[in-house]
Ligand binder design. Structure first.
Ligand SMILES: *Cc1c(COP(=O)(O)O)cnc(C)c1O
Length: 414
């Protein structure tokens, strides 16, 4: 059973004040998760979670994480600008296919640069100069598996560099005067197992020994990146971050400590795990339609939450207005002129009636942020359910004039 973090009464109050659709975030849950992550890795004195900004790029959310001691990982200069404006001190810049200006800017604001490509070492040096600290992103190729379970296919991934490039990279960096070195890898996404991080950590810790042996470079930090998932489906088992932290700790004590590398700092760049379950997309039923299937048309669409359309991702839906209604098998759709604009297909749902409020779960990461404006459907508001139970708008909904603002003939030349 997945239950919303908000009660029907609370939500009735909130939807009276703020028109649907909107993304709703749970401050209490966000803080609890951030504290649990920090606690799980407290055994490592240098530990830091660099929240992946792209998951939920809202200043109010980022401020909460900042208060909980997190830094941020940014993929673009615009994300770095937001982080700077919010006063973040710990900013990492993990980009790929990067424009020269972005490296220049990242250097200017002293973001910690994590290079995606061997070729980027020379490029960064040429366009912006090398900083004192550089991290390299590793891609081992092949498949990433846990036991017999294939988790992902690094060989198909555009990210990172091969081991030979990595080793050469550290040698090049040291020869060019770089002083501190990091290692980064992101080998599987949305993992629903407590074994992903410990397995990854074990591989990277062994690699740290090999790097020292073959290049003489001793790493300062190892970044386990993102990839810890959430239980989108009620059938999924929730990850236990305490167990995950303990699993990484054991590998650390087995591999690094006895080899004199016990000072290495552990970094993470979790996005989904930090935020996904602390966001709901709140939407109301506009229309019912019966043809070859039963359709429940809602006022949100794929522009508000792309994951189902893009990845066929499962997002649980609760009909909070009629939780005990007779169960029906329905497709829940938005209004876009695209047949993939469906939040659920052949889903069993308590009877949805026109005007009912539906809660779409686990939309707090890669939800609003993947939005777009197809069909002239505008981005929704974001609302924060604060710890004291009151709701605050933290981003207003777009208006037509926002959509027209970049167009000649509608704004720019007026
Ligand atoms: C997307 C991303 C993350 C966050 O991934 P999650 O799956 O949300 O945890 C972390 N690091 C990098 C470099 C990313 O691109």
């Amino acid at each position: 059973m997945k239950t919303p973090f908000v009660s029907k009464e609370q939500l009735d109050q909130i939807t009276k004040k703020f028109p649907t659709p909107f993304h709703l975030y749970d401050e209490k849950g966000i803080r609890e998760t951030a504290r649990a992550v920090n606690k799980a890795f407290a055994w490592n004195p240098g530990f830091k979670e660099y929240f992946a900004v792209k998951a939920t790029p809202n200043p109010s959310i980022l401020k909460i994480l900042q208060e909980e001691g997190c830094g941020v990982d940014c993929a673009t200069d615009v994300e770095v600008m937001m982080a700077k404006k919010l006063g973040f001190k710990d900013i990492s810049f993990t980009s790929n296919d990067t424009r020269a200006e972005e490296f220049v800017y990242a250097r200017e604001v002293e973001a910690m640069i994590n290079l995606d490509a061997y070729e980027h070492i020379a490029f960064l040096d040429e366009v912006a100069g090398l900083p004192e600290t550089v991290s390299l992103r590793y891609n081992p190729g092949g498949v990433f598996s846990l036991g017999t379970d294939i988790m992902d296919h690094p060989e198909d991934s555009k990210f990172g560099m091969t081991k030979a490039q990595l080793l050469q990279g550290y040698k090049d960096l040291r020869a060019k005067g770089v002083k501190n070195f990091g290692l980064h890898a992101f080998l599987a996404s949305n993992t629903v197992t407590n074994d992903y991080y410990p397995t990854l950590a074990g591989q990277l810790f062994e690699l740290a020994l090999e790097i020292r042996e073959k290049t003489g470079v001793e790493l300062s930090f190892i970044n386990l990146s993102g990839g810890i998932g959430v239980d989108y489906s009620p059938a999924d088992k929730q990850n236990d971050i305490a167990v995950i932290g303990q699993g990484v700790h054991e590998k650390f004590d087995q591999i690094l400590v006895p080899n004199g590398l016990g000072e290495i700092k552990i970094f993470t760049e979790l996005g989904r795990f930090m935020l996904a379950s602390h966001g709901h997309l709140i939407t109301k039923v506009l229309h019912l339609k019966d043809t070859y299937r039963h359709y429940v048309g809602v006022d949100a669409s794929a522009v508000n939450l792309l994951r189902p359309a893009m990845y066929d991702a499962y997002h649980h839906i609760t009909n909070i207005s009629n939780p005990n209604g007779k169960v029906q098998v329905v497709d829940v759709t938005g209004s876009l002129c695209e047949n993939n604009d469906k939040f659920a297909k052949n889903r069993e749902l308590p009877e949805a009636r026109v005007g009912d409020t539906l809660v779409i779960h686990d939309t707090g990461a890669h939800g609003f942020s993947m939005g777009y404006q197809y069909n002239g459907r505008l981005r929704s508001a974001e609302i924060l359910l604060q710890e004291d139970g009151t709701a605050k708008m933290i981003r207003r909904a777009e208006r037509p004039e926002d959509y027209f603002a970049t167009l000649y003939g509608f704004g720019l030349d007026e």
